[in-house]
Design a protein around this ligand. Structure first.
Ligand code: F6R
Length: 608
């Protein structure tokens, strides 16, 4: 979703800003723009289309002189993705340029007010009101003008502000949505994502909601809403630039699929010491734990699917009731949550607007919040009572892969840890599960190695108009994720169903030649799945079966077969999703889809 970059220093700003925008492309956008200060004026270029298009229009930035500027990639919300609606937006007198992420909820009222005063608007965006407000409030003190402007805005916003008459000076404001300051030597930056900064500096400051920063080449000063200067600590980012590059793969998605054994190892290995699961930062005692009468897991999209798997695993091992709720639903349904609730929030980015809102809602009601999150220093990590980082490294492809499997790994760790704390498993079972956790990276690697023929199968099935995924229990939860992977990157309509539910309606959709992907990795339920496979075959469906490695029974049932390495069935979702990720990838590739940046999607959904 929208990306922001700001730079001030001695070097020409535009090429640095364009490079920053390239690093933010993965977030999803439909137009881009850049503005720099030059000889007391603002020069701006913006257009719908790609950052590359913007780079061509500006000779890769060389056409714009000046060492201080702001840039933006826009994901349209208010107004179509046109050249005019692209950011930055200028004030009427041309002295102020603004970039904005988020939504200004009271923009219509502000626009009417400003129009009443004679300001005219060039775009349909909510953002343009900010530029006009800055012009109205500026009396020679830019900080005061930014503060007064921010105090008029309602909603979620991150702003970058440039003023023609304040050489080398930038402001940025955060009110919901990520914003990070990058500290260089005689140059400073801001961006909505560390990936835009790591090529230049690893020293960063994470801003909180209600904070504003003033940047010059020599200094960075952070203020609260009242304008009081506040001290901030500097963090060091461990990701390097290579981690955010394709490394020889055609797509980030394939690179990230292949990285899963290593990523899962990074989630699990540091947390197993001398055969015990140790969750640093989660210092709940067995007594603390006993006060939780229930666990609620909340998240969006694939993270929600990971939460579904978590429910099965935690309930099975800990015998505590677990509810899984979509964050966008939980936040508005007056949830029954209190001090007896452990809320587990799952998020790769840590910046998903609905997930943040659900977290806040439950925390206000007294829930203890554990975040399972990838991005260190993200909003969710900071709002939670404790965070279990997944350490997946940067995930660039819009469709999550290693984000999901590392979330599963963290949930497995938590389940085993909690089951032992609650005394719900004996030492033998505990040791067995710890050994299974340690074996998970190898199991995922084996899942990759076993499925070299997925590309061939994708060639056979890519022309389907629709597909179905069915499974029971954990296989059902994994089916939801397999189906989402397929639809989001290949645009083939696909649905996942609990296999036992088919005959309650959905089976009416099965027609001659329709592909049904049947997940059969829960061996105890294999025979039940055979029944469901026969039901769909009797109605003309073709079946792609997914079974544990070596389980030859599947050959008698399915038309085509994929395998996932066997092992602890409770942890089956992590290896079994791998062939489904590969299947979605190759089907999308066959169909010529934009795999890393599927249409209409954004990586980090920072608006509701
Ligand atoms: C799908 C996908 C999304 C995200 C969802 C939550 O491939 O990536 O469904 O899982 O938008 O994002 P995070 O985990 O960043 O909160």
């Amino acid at each position: 979703m929208c990306g922001i970059v700001g730079f001030t220093g001695a070097a020409p700003a535009a090429p640095i800003l364009l490079e920053g925008l390239r690093r933010l492309e993965y977030r999803g956008y439909d137009s881009a723009g850049v503005a720099v200060q030059h000889e007391g004026a603002i020069e701006m270029v913006k257009a719908s289309g790609t950052v590359e298009h913007l780079a061509e229009m500006t000779s890769n930035g060389a056409a714009l002189e000046g060492g201080c500027g702001i840039a933006h990639t826009r994901w349209a919300t208010h107004g179509a993705p046109t050249d005019t609606n692209a950011h930055p937006h200028l004030s009427e007198d041309g002295r102020f340029a603004v970039v904005h992420n988020g939504i200004i909820e009271n923009y219509a009222a502000l626009r009417r007010e400003l129009e009443g005063e004679g300001y005219s608007f060039a775009s349909e965006t909510d953002t343009e009101v900010v530029a006009h407000l800055l012009e109205r409030y500026y009396d020679g003190d830019l900080r005061r003008a930014v503060m007064r402007t921010a105090s008029r805005l309602e909603g979620s916003y991150v702003l970058g502000v440039l003023c023609a008459c304040e050489p080398g000076r930038l402001f940025c404001v955060k009110e919901a949505g990520p914003l990070i300051l990058g500290l260089g030597v005689d140059e400073n930056y801001f961006a909505s994502d560390v990936t835009a900064l790591v090529g230049y500096t690893r020293n960063v400051i994470y801003l909180e909601d209600g904070e504003m920063a003033e940047l010059t080449p020599e200094s960075v000063t952070v203020y609260d809403r009242t304008g009081r200067e506040i001290p901030k600590s500097v963090s060091h980012v461990v990701w390097d630039i290579e981690a955010a590059e394709k490394g020889g793969y055609e797509h980030f998605m394939m690179k990230e699929i292949m990285e899963q054994p290593r990523a899962v190892k990074s989630t699990i290995e540091p947390r197993i010491r001398s055969g015990r699961v140790e969750l640093e930062g989660l210092d709940l005692t067995a007594e603390d734990f006993a006060r939780f009468r229930r666990i609620v897991i909340t998240a969006c999209g694939s993270a929600y699917h990971a939460g579904m798997v978590g429910k099965y695993v935690i309930e099975s091992l800990c015998r505590v009731p677990v509810e899984v709720d979509l964050a966008s639903e939980l936040r508005y349904r007056d949830p029954i949550v209190g001090e007896d609730t452990l809320l587990i929030v799952v998020s790769q980015s840590g910046e998903t607007a609905d997930t943040i809102a659900a977290l806040r809602e439950c925390k206000a009601r007294g829930a203890y919040v554990l975040a399972i999150v990838n991005v260190v220093g993200s909003t969710i990590a900071r709002l939670a009572d404790c965070a279990l980082y997944t350490h997946a490294g940067p995930e660039i492809a819009v469709a999550t892969t290693k984000g999901y499997t590392t979330q599963l790994s963290a949930l497995y760790l938590f389940a085993v840890w909690a089951a032992e704390k609650l005394g719900r498993i004996d030492e033998m079972r505990y040791n067995e599960l710890v050994a299974e956790l340690s074996a998970l990276p190898a199991r995922i690697q084996r899942a990759i190695d076993l499925n070299l023929h997925v590309k061939y199968l994708a060639g056979r099935w890519h022309a389907q108009r629709a597909m179905f995924f069915i499974g029971r229990n954990i296989d059902y939860a994994a089916a939801l994720e397999g189906s989402l992977k397929l639809k989001e990157i290949s645009y083939i309509h696909s649905e996942a169903y609990a296999a036992g539910e088919l005959k309650h309606g959905t089976i009416a959709l099965i027609d001659e030649g329709r592909l049904v992907v049947a997940l059969c990795c829960q061996t105890a339920l294999f025979e039940k799945m055979v029944g469901n496979i026969q039901e769909v075959k009797a109605r003309g469906a073709k079946v792609l079966g997914l079974a544990p490695e070596g389980d030859r029974r599947i050959f008698a049932e399915a038309d085509d077969v994929l395998f996932a390495p066997g092992g602890e069935p409770l942890f089956a979702a992590a290896p079994e999703i791998v062939p489904l990720q590969l299947f979605a990838y190759y089907v999308a590739r066959e169909n010529g889809c934009d795999i890393d940046k599927p249409r209409n999607l954004a990586k980090s959904v920072t608006v509701e």
